[in-house]
Design a protein around this ligand. Structure first.
Ligand SMILES: Cc1ncc(C[n+]2csc(CCOP(=O)(O)OP(=O)(O)O)c2C)c(N)n1
Ligand SMILES: [Mg+2]
Length: 372
């Protein structure tokens, strides 16, 4: 018997505004002027916030952290395309999205200084933002569960989950896609493909040509987009969110971007990658591209940009001052409070051992008491 084709598929790539500012007017979504400007301002806030936190970390004023730097378009677009009661389920690479959802820089600064207060969402009207979570790919399972709950409750809310290219090699990634597809729940899976998982390049951890094509196995729409094209991200992620909200199930979006700096402040990328690879990505970064787009629409200019940056600097200065007033309140054993939410003999035993260790290690204890 001859074989027959049961199904055939294609994997699409979408870009709305290219690196040179050329716009595909057929694809260009109608975005209100205020939203365009708010998204741009948000990306700059995130960028300057990352720069300042990097300085704080180098001065020993906060601990290790990973930056959103250069990847601001993806989480910004997602956050602006979401409704206030949708779920934003991020990892550690989405500062811009968190800021757009109402967190302030005090949240990450506190978390990276070891202060539990960092996970408390300010009263922004958008409480459904899960805390920074570094267990890679777990975000996808959490989002699938949240979306399942949303469906069971008959809510019209959507969960938007984020992970990196490296996370797609985790079992959690595939389990989440499988359950989301089987249950047809309202979730949008966004992969920020920044080409690197710490020191492992994508080509060393998968043979597939794209991550988007992994959607085919789970019979859900999959799309690859230019993740540094804010307008394109807003369109693609926004359409996937509304597709989910209308009851049509999950989508997988692979957003191509690049990690311009180190993985985290504990990393030195010069040990494993060549500057020649990094260089062409600088002109493709999203903030400069969006600035050009706004300028072409006569919505922005250098003067406005300078004013914005001065304003953001003042805002961040005030926030750092406020944060550092509280930084001495570091409670080193706080994690033990939250393992079960109630006292438990085992965690109390571990807490006691931890305190003993602090006593034995005067050098470590001194660090805590200085609030670092
Ligand atoms: C389950 C799990 N395994 C390993 C790690 C250690 N780890 C932290 S980040 C990372 C690489 C993640 O790369 P990618 O998913 O591409 O995200 P990126 O950092 O590039 O945004 C690894 C292996 C972890 N946090 N969680
Ligand atoms: Mg990566």
């Amino acid at each position: 018997m001859p074989t027959k084709t049961l199904a055939s598929y294609e994997v699409r790539y979408q870009q709305v505004v290219d690196e040179n500012g050329k716009v595909d007017t057929k694809l260009e979504p109608k975005i209100p002027k205020d939203t365009l400007l708010a998204m741009y301002r948000n990306m700059v806030l995130s960028r300057v916030g990352d720069e300042r936190m990097l300085n704080l970390q180098r001065q020993g004023r906060i601990g290790t952290f990973g930056m959103c730097f250069g990847q601001e378009a993806i989480p910004t677009a997602a956050a602006f395309a979401m409704q206030p009661d949708d779920w934003f389920v991020g990892s550690y690479r989405e500062l811009a999205g968190r800021l757009a959802r109402g967190e302030t820089l005090r949240n990450p600064m506190s978390i990276y200084a070891g202060l539990e207060e960092g996970i408390v969402m300010p009263d922004s009207g958008m409480p459904r933002t899960t805390p920074i979570n570094i267990i890679i790919a777990s975000q996808y399972l959490h989002a699938t569960g949240l979306a399942y709950a949303s469906k069971l409750k008959g809510e019209k809310t959507v969960a938007v989950a984020f992970c990196g290219d490296g996370a797609t090699s985790q079992g959690d990634f595939h389990e989440a896609l499988n359950f989301a597809s089987t249950w047809q729940v309202p979730v949008v899976f966004v992969v920020q493909n920044n080409h690197w998982a710490i020191s492992v390049p994508l080509r060393k951890q998968m043979h597939s040509k794209t991550i988007a094509q992994k959607a085919i196995a789970y019979d859900m729409p999959g799309l690859q987009i230019d993740g540094n094209d804010l307008i394109g991200c807003y369109k693609a992620i926004g359409e996937a969110i509304e597709h989910a909200r209308a009851g049509n199930g999950p989508t997988l979006i692979e957003a191509i971007t690049y990690r311009l700096l180190m993985h985290t402040t504990a990393d030195d990328p010069t040990k494993y990658r060549n500057e020649d690879e990094v260089k062409p990505w600088w002109p493709r970064e999203p903030i400069g591209r969006m600035k050009k787009y706004l300028e072409s629409k006569k919505l922005w200019n250098d003067k406005k940009d300078e004013e914005l940056r001065a304003d953001i600097k003042a805002q961040i200065d005030a926030m750092i001052e406020d944060f550092e007033k509280n930084a001495g309140n570091f409670k080193p054993d706080a994690p033990f409070d939250f393992v079960y939410g109630t006292d438990h003999a085992l965690t109390e035993e571990q807490r006691a051992a931890f305190h003993q260790r602090l006593k034995d290690r005067a050098d470590v204890a001194a660090r805590y008491s200085e609030g670092n």
